[in-house]
Design a protein. Structure first.
Length: 163
């Protein structure tokens, strides 16, 4: 049996806030409901009321599937702070594990747009010398984002001092 590359490290994954799930559900509904209503209205004018009902039913199924996917996606995001590096995992179908050595970090961003602030979440973005590194952790509470920012910045400075 081969070891699982995505197995939790010793101590397990730290999961993001459930507020991220609420924010993503809100965005899904804010897009899906008006879009379904607009298409159903167009179907009613251009075809028939039966077509409009079919569009509404199809829209309801699409919304239900989207809500299930959103739930699984935010639950799949996690991170782990280890002695020499930070691990970030995400994805349900296409899993991704990013390992960022503290000594390679150049700077750390904390971001929160209007919707993020409304739902009480922020994202931490790690920047390294490699442009291909995408180590971001969405859905952190503002307090956890500030703590992680300060810790990662301090660890980055300490590990880069030996270079």
């Amino acid at each position: 049996m081969t070891p699982d590359a995505f197995a939790p490290p010793q101590g397990g994954w730290t999961r993001v806030s459930s507020r991220l799930g609420a924010a993503r559900r809100f965005v899904s509904l804010a897009i899906a409901i008006p879009a379904t209503a607009a298409v159903a209205l167009a179907a009613a004018f251009l075809a028939s009321s039966v077509a409009a009902i079919a569009v509404v039913l199809l829209g309801a199924v699409a919304v239900a599937v989207a809500l299930v996917l959103v739930e699984r996606q935010w639950r799949a995001i996690g991170y782990a702070e280890r002695a020499e590096d930070l691990l970030v995992v995400r994805g349900v179908v296409f899993r991704q594990l990013v390992v960022v050595p503290y000594g390679r970090m150049q700077f750390v961003d904390v971001k929160a747009g209007p919707l993020d602030r409304r739902f009480g979440v922020a994202s931490v973005q790690l920047h390294t010398a490699s442009a291909a590194t995408d180590a971001s952790i969405p859905g952190l509470t503002p307090e956890e984002a500030a703590r992680l920012r300060d810790r990662l910045a301090a660890l980055g400075e300490a590990h880069a001092a030996g270079l």
